[in-house]
Design a protein around this ligand. Sequence first.
Ligand code: MN3
Length: 231
Amino acid sequence: MNRNNFLKTIFAGFLASKIETLKAKSTTFLAEPFKLPALGFNYNALEPHIDALTMEIHHSRHHQAYITNLNKAIIGTPAENLSIADIITNISKYSSAIKNNGGGHWNHTFFWEILSPSSGQPSDKLRNLIVRDFESFEKFQSDFAAAATSRFGSGWAWLIVQNGKLKISSTPNQENPLMDIADVKGTPILALDVWEHAYYLKYQNKRVDYIKAFWNVINWESVEKNLNKAL
Ligand code: MN3
């Protein structure tokens, strides 16, 4: 090998290693971290049922914190390039930081979608299924409220579809019925956050009043969409 060819070989090797480094960097850079979804309404839109300050803190600080901590927790783990749905359904494989923050991200993203200032009414289809599985709409409301009230400490109440039937459940902390660790598994179609951060500024210790107010701000159209996907 003459001197020129030798230098060319060295240079080609140098270039190749630079390209590999750049590729690795751009992969890291391009990997999309989880991001806070925008709300479909203003923070004050659910007043007087859910107050503006609670909504602002809940969305911009609590939900954002779950996302920030989730993005940190997944670095260097097999969860790094997965969707939040894929992480949630196999949550037993991951750390408690991924469970708490991944659950927090999934649950809040879902919760915002089923809230609306123009609540509307459940469709006949949904109402008929509720009556079929809970005897009456009022009985469904009282069963759901009971699940939300009796969840000790922090957690969630859920309306889920399980084998084609509607069912109510509740989960502790940021767990949910899609997780492989859930006692009661199913596809959520409606949820209520009963962590104190969701209601304490306005309702203090009166969780029951917050649960009553919730019926005024449900996005039944969105619940219907969830139902159709789950059936
Ligand atoms: Mn919350």
